[in-house]
Design a protein around this ligand. Structure first.
Ligand SMILES: NC(=O)N[C@@H](CC(=O)O)C(=O)O
Ligand SMILES: [Zn+2]
Ligand SMILES: [Zn+2]
Length: 435
C-alpha cells in the first residue's frame, strides 16, 4: 500500500530536511521525500494532507517499564506499547524489573514474542544482577545473545561497587551499555521526597541529593576504569550535572537522561501529599530544576526519557509514605516538551530529535535513519495548533498516575507510523490504536 503525506513541515537536520515536503510511503519504507510529489499514477494510494503539521521521526524511549510478566494489573506489553504509539514513539526499551526479573533469556524471549505483536518495537533490557538484588551477576553473555540491548537493575541501585565493576567489565566485553539507577540506599533510606526545605515543612522523610550524586560519582570512576558505556538514568540534581560535565571533559564514555517531570516539577508539588507526585528520584528543588532546564537549553542533555512507571489506582492510593514510586509518562512527554520548551524557543525540533531519537538509538545500538529515501517509515504527525487538556482517563496506559492531569497544552501527536503502518490515529479526536 502507498501513502502520500502532503504539505508537511518536516524537521530532520541529520538528513538535511527542514521545510515543506511531501513524503511517499511504500509499504514499510519511505519511497520519496520531495518538495512536491504528484499523486497521479500511483496505485492503491491514500493521501493525507498535513498542511500546518509537523513531521519528525517517531521518538525512541530508552526508559520504559512495561510490567509484564508479573504486574499485568499495572501494565502489559500490549497496553504499554499502545501508550507509546499514542505518545509518538516507534520504539521503547523495556526495563527488566518484572516478575520474574529479566535476568535470564526466557524472560527476554517471551518479551520478544509478545513484542512482535505490539503496536511499537520493544527492545529488551536485561538485569545486571540476579533478580536485581545486587548480589550475583546475571549471565551477561546469555542475555546479550538473547537480544538484550542494555543492562540495568533499574528500580534498584547496584550498591556493591565490586559487583558493579565486574558487571561493567562483562558489559564492555559484550558491548552493552550499563544503565544505572543512581541511589545510595544508605542515604535515601525510607525517604519519600527530596530532602530540603519542603520535606521539613511537610514533615516527610527526605532523600538527599547526595544519595544520587555519590553513585553518579562512583559510576563515573568505575566507567573510567572499565571502559564500559555508562548511561545514567533519570538524573535529577545540579550536582549530578556537574559531575557528568567534569567526567566528559576528562573523556569518560557516558551518557545520561532527564525526564520531563524533573524538568517541569519540583518538591513543592508534594504540598497536597498526593502520591501522584511520588517518584524515584524525587522531584527536586527549584534550583535543581533550573539547572536541568539550563542544561537542556545549552545542549548538554544527551537523552530525554519518560521513565514510564505505571501503577494501579490502589498502589497510588492512601498515605504518601506508603504509595508506590513512579509516574506514567508515555502519553504526555512529547506534548509537555513541545508546549514548554519548543514552542517557547528554548530548544528546537532538531534538538528534540537529538535527545529523543538519535542519541537513544546510538546508546542502544539500534537503527535510526531518520527521514530519507529507503529508511524505515517511522514518523509522527504533530499538530502544533491542537489545543487539548491532559485527561488520564483517555490514556491507553493502564497507569493513570500522572501529575499532569488537567494541564492544558497546545500541540499534540495526531498520527504515529511504525514501519509504514499507521498505529495511532487521533484525527478528529479518534484516539485510536490500529493493529
Ligand atoms: N521511577 C520510579 O519511581 N519507579 C520505577 C523504578 C525506577 O525507575 O527507579 C518503577 O519501576 O516503578
Ligand atoms: Zn530508576
Ligand atoms: Zn525506571
Amino acid at each position: 500500500m502507498n501513502r502520500l503525506i502532503k504539505n508537511a513541515m518536516v524537521y530532520d537536520a541529520q538528513n538535511d530536511k527542514q521545510g515543506k515536503y511531501d513524503i511517499l510511503v511504500n509499504n514499510e519504507k519511505i519511497a520519496a521525500i520531495e518538495p512536491l510529489i504528484s499523486d497521479s499514477g500511483i496505485n492503491n494510494l491514500e493521501v493525507i494532507d498535513a498542511a500546518g503539521k509537523v513531521v519528525i521521526p517517531a521518538l525512541i524511549d530508552i526508559h520504559t517499564h512495561l510490567r509484564e510478566p508479573g504486574f499485568e494489573e499495572k501494565e502489559t506489553i500490549k497496553t504499554g506499547a499502545e501508550a507509546a504509539a499514542a505518545g509518538g514513539y516507534s520504539a521503547v526499551a523495556a526495563m527488566p524489573n518484572t516478575s520474574p526479573v529479566a535476568d535470564n533469556p526466557a524472560v527476554i524471549e517471551q518479551l520478544k514474542l509478545k513484542a512482535a505483536k505490539a503496536a511499537v518495537r520493544i527492545y529488551p533490557i536485561g538485569s545486571i544482577t540476579q533478580t536485581s538484588q545486587g548480589e550475583k551477576l546475571s549471565e551477561i553473555g546469555t542475555l546479550a545473545r538473547a537480544g538484550a540491548k542494555a543492562l540495568s537493575d533499574d528500580g534498584n541501585p547496584v550498591m556493591n561497587s565490586e559487583i558493579m565493576r565486574r558487571a561493567m567489565e562483562y558489559a564492555a566485553a559484550f558491548e552493552l551499555p550499563i544503565i544505572d539507577h543512581c541511589e545510595d540506599k544508605n542515604l535515601s533510606r525510607d525517604g519519600v521526597m527530596h530532602e530540603g526545605y519542603y520535606s521539613t515543612i511537610f514533615g516527610l522523610q527526605g532523600i538527599p541529593a547526595a544519595a544520587e550524586e555519590i553513585m553518579v560519582a562512583r559510576d563515573i570512576i568505575l566507567a573510567e576504569m572499565t571502559g564500559v558505556h555508562l548511561h545514567l538514568a533519570h538524573l535529577s540534581t545540579a550536582g549530578s550535572l556537574n559531575l557528568v560535565k567534569e567526567a566528559r571533559a576528562r573523556g569518560v564514555k557516558l551518557s545520561f537522561e532527564v525526564t520531563p517531570h524533573h524538568l517541569l516539577l519540583t518538591d513543592q508539588a508534594v504540598k497536597d501529599y498526593d502520591p501522584v507526585m511520588k517518584v524515584h528520584p524525587p522531584l527536586r528543588s527549584e534550583k535543581d530544576r533550573q539547572e536541568l532546564v539550563n542544561a537542556l537549553k545549552n545542549g548538554e542533555i544527551d537523552i530525554l526519557a519518560t521513565d514510564h512507571a505505571p501503577h494501579t489506582y490502589e498502589d497510588k492510593l492512601g498515605e504518601f509514605d506508603y504509595a508506590a514510586f513512579g509516574i506514567s509518562g508515555l502519553e504526555t512527554a512529547l506534548a509537555l516538551l513541545y508546549d514548554n520548551f519548543i514552542k517557547t524557543d528554548l530548544i528546537n525540533w532538531d534538538d528534540l530529535l537529538r535527545m529523543y531519537y538519535y542519541n537513544p538509538a546510538q546508546v542502544l545500538a539500534i537503527e535510526a535513519e531518520g527521514l530519507k529515501v529507503g529508511a524505515r517509515a517511522d514518523f509522527l504527525i504533530f499538530n502544533p495548533e491542537h489545543n487539548w487538556t491532559i485527561d488520564k482517563n483517555k490514556f491507553k496506559s493502564k497507569g493513570k498516575n500522572t501529575p499532569f492531569n488537567g494541564w492544558q497544552l497546545s500541540g499534540k501527536n495526531e498520527m504515529t507510523f511504525v514501519a509504514g503502518k499507521l498505529v495511532y490515529d487521533d484525527r478528529e479526536g479518534r484516539n485510536e490504536i490500529i493493529y
